[in-house]
Each structure stands twice: as structure tokens, then as C-alpha cells.
Design a protein around this ligand. Structure first.
Ligand code: GDP
Ligand code: MG
Length: 367
């Protein structure tokens, strides 16, 4: 038994044809079904058309009045689904209804737990009228999502899964268009299968995908990256703090010599303490927001040790590369940067795992 969710916004021309075609295909394949249209209050006659369609088709119309958007509409539709298999597809015939039986059977017979109608696997295709810009745009979006999933077409809006596997609403953050990517990133799917489809551009109505959605996609990607890799955020803050430390280090090093006539070796030794202490204080406040006031001194001392170890790695790598690798003998700056990167990384790992460990609020960082 299948619940087909179709988000519809200003799709008056498409509603009757898509609903009857989906219903015809599913009936002839022997699937009991319902079709849930989720509208964002289009005011284009959608309500009236549906009132007449419900007489002959297993159709429900949901009209939303708040938080307009494709992703929240799809989620609303899924929440209201009566059956255990969910299909999501567009209203504009971009997703061929004829592919439905194959997609459902992949779930039922091939033991997949998530099935995608895919444009980017063998046998699949995008519309041949897509211009250069649209092709590049779609490919670039897919590439940006590579670290999130192995799926070839995670941007597809045509997919199928068991309702019971829908990720908890609390962890969903539906922004923009890419709801399939959202669900597969946050859900626990072990066997995602892609079925080739020929994607065709709409012949009726207008696309609602514009610049705003492109921008939303970037926001969405950032959210998904932070969800999967919560430490990225900390690492970025840690690096920014490290950069501020570098400025302090250099200023104190030069200032002590110029203003107080301090010997350069002593200045070097002292500036490290100033920079590392400032880094510690900032990391405590910003990167690893601490809750307790417990033993600052101990934490400060362990941060200094972590910094010294990070610096030793930094210095050691610089020393080895420039001493033994011919390429780096000629490119000292490259060795310098590699050294700093390793040092920073080691310092981060030590700080996150030991120095600020008990006070990290991992769960908070996920949101
Ligand atoms: N409920 C709802 N549906 C939407 C919204 N934006 C787009 N849709 C539907 O989502 C599907 C895909 O949108 P479309 O404009 O065709 O995007 P494109 O295929 O990327 O050009 C269509 O069925 C639209 O009617 C929205 O804000 N709310
Ligand atoms: Mg479309």
C-alpha cells in the first residue's frame, strides 16, 4: 500500500493529469494507493480541481498556510500518509509515473530500504534541452554533496522508502528543495538503490526553482555538513583563534625587542606563552564553550602542553621536510604551511579530546 506525496504549488494545469496517471499506473500494477497533494495555498483553483478529482481518485489535498516551501510540504505530506510505503514525486511530469512499479519493486523485492529515481546512473538521463548552465549547476550541486552520500543523484525529487524509516522530526531541518538529500543524510538507510529515469522538463506551468532556492541550497549544505561532521565548526573556530594567536605571538615577539630591548631568544620564549594563553582563553569561551568554573589553572596548563606538542609536530615536520625532501629544500614556505597545518590539527585533536573534554556540549553543536 502506497502513499504518493506530490508537492504542488501553482500547478493547477498539472494536478488532474498527474493524479490520474499516477493512479492509473499504480492500479494496473496492482498497488493500493493514496495520493496526497500538498499545496502552499496557491489560490489558482487547486482546491476546486481537487474537490472534483476526489470523486473518482483516492486523493487528499493538504493546504498549508505557513512556512511555505517544498521541503516542509513534503514532510507534512509524509506525516499525513496513511500507508507504510512513501513515494515523493513532482507534479509536472518531470518524474515519469511509468517508473513507479520498478521503483516500488526495488523496495519490495530487492530489499532496498530507500530507492531513488536517478538521472545520473547508466540508463538515466536529464532533459536534452537543458542548457550548459543548468547542466553544470546540477552537476556542481551533486559534487558538493559528495562527502555526504555515495548516491549518484541525491538531488532527485523522486524517491521511495518505508514511512517507519523517516528520520525523527526533531533532527530534520527542511530548507529548500533537496529533501531527498536531507532524508538520506539524517536517516539510517543501509541499502539505497537507484533506478534510472529519464527526467523531462515540464510542459505546463512554471518552475519555482530560482535564485532564492540556490541560496537555500548552500545554507542546507552547510547544515548537513555540520550535522554529519559536528567537529568542522569547532575546527574552524579553533583555527580562527589560532590565527589570532599568531598575531599576538608576533606582536609580543617584536614588541618585547623593540620596546623593552629584550633578547630575541627570550622574546620568542615569552611570546609563545602570551599567544597560547590567549588561545586558551578564547577557546574556552568560544570554541569549547565551557559550563563549569572548575580548575582553570589545570586546564590552562594542559592547553599549554597541547600547544607545545602541536608546535613540536609543526617544527618537527618542517625540520624533516626541509632537511630530507629535495622538493621542500627549494620550497620552504610549502613546508612551513604543512607544518602549521599538522600542528594545528594535532593541537585541535588534543584540545578536543583532553583539555576541554568534559565540558564539550556535543549535542548543542549539532543544531
Ligand atoms: N507545496 C509546495 N510545492 C512546491 C513549492 N515549490 C515547488 N513545489 C513543487 O515541487 C515540485 C518541483 O518544483 P519545480 O518548480 O518543478 O522545480 P524544478 O523541477 O526544479 O524546476 C513541483 O511539483 C512544484 O509544484 C512550494 O513552495 N510549496
Ligand atoms: Mg519541475
Amino acid at each position: 500500500m502506497i502513499s504518493v506525496i506530490i508537492p504542488v504549488y501553482k500547478e493547477a494545469e498539472n494536478i488532474a493529469p498527474i493524479s490520474s496517471e499516477v493512479s492509473r499506473v499504480l492500479s494496473s500494477a496492482g498497488f493500493k494507493h493514496e495520493i496526497i497533494l500538498v499545496d502552499d495555498n496557491s489560490k489558482d483553483g487547486t482546491k476546486k480541481i481537487c474537490a472534483s478529482l476526489v470523486k473518482t481518485l483516492p486523493l487528499k489535498l493538504i493546504i498549508r498556510k505557513k512556512n511555505k516551501g517544498l521541503a516542509p510540504s513534503v514532510i507534512k505530506g509524509i506525516e499525513n500518509a496513511a500507508y507504510d510505503i512513501i513515494i515523493v514525486m513532482d507534479a509536472d511530469f518531470s518524474h515519469p509515473p511509468s517508473a513507479l512499479p520498478k521503483i516500488i519493486n526495488a523496495l519490495l523485492k530487492d530489499k532496498a530500504d530507500f530507492v531513488i529515481g536517478s538521472r545520473y546512473i547508466k540508463g538515466g538521463a536529464i532533459d536534452k534541452n537543458w542548457g550548459f548552465f543548468r547542466r553544470i549547476n546540477s552537476k556542481a550541486a551533486t559534487l558538493l554533496a559528495k562527502p555526504l552520500t555515495k548516491v549518484k543523484d541525491p538531488m532527485s525529487g523522486f524517491f521511495c522508502f518505508y514511512k517507519k524509516n523517516m528520520p525523527d522530526k526533531k533532527i530534520l531541518s527542511p530548507v529548500g528543495y533537496k529533501i531527498c538529500l536531507e532524508i538520506i543524510t539524517k536517516g539510517n538507510f543501509l541499502n539505497i538503490k537507484e533506478i534510472p529515469i529519464h527526467f523531462t522538463d515540464r510542459s505546463q506551468g512554471k518552475s519555482k526553482f530560482g535564485l532564492k532556492e540556490q541560496f537555500n541550497f548552500i545554507l542546507h549544505l552547510i547544515k548537513l555538513y555540520l550535522f554529519l561532521y559536528p567537529n568542522i565548526k569547532q575546527f574552524m573556530l579553533f583555527s580562527a583563534v589560532g590565527a589570532s594567536g599568531f598575531v599576538i605571538d608576533l606582536s609580543v615577539y617584536i614588541g618585547l625587542q623593540k620596546l623593552f630591548n629584550v633578547n630575541h631568544i627570550l622574546a620568542r620564549g615569552l611570546s609563545f606563552w602570551a599567544a597560547a594563553s590567549s588561545n586558551w582563553a578564547l577557546n574556552r569561551k568560544i570554541t569549547f564553550k565551557t559550563k563549569t568554573k572548575s580548575s582553570k589553572l589545570k586546564q590552562w596548563a594542559s592547553f599549554l602542553i597541547a600547544s607545545l606538542l602541536g608546535f613540536s609536530a609543526n617544527f618537527g615536520i618542517y625540520y624533516l621536510l626541509t632537511g630530507y625532501v629535495p622538493f621542500f629544500k627549494k620550497h620552504l614556505i610549502a613546508a612551513f604551511i604543512i607544518g602549521i597545518s599538522f600542528g594545528l590539527f594535532i593541537n585541535f585533536i588534543l584540545s578536543a579530546s583532553f583539555v576541554f573534554k568534559k565540558k564539550m556540549m556535543r549535542e548543542k553543536l549539532r543544531n
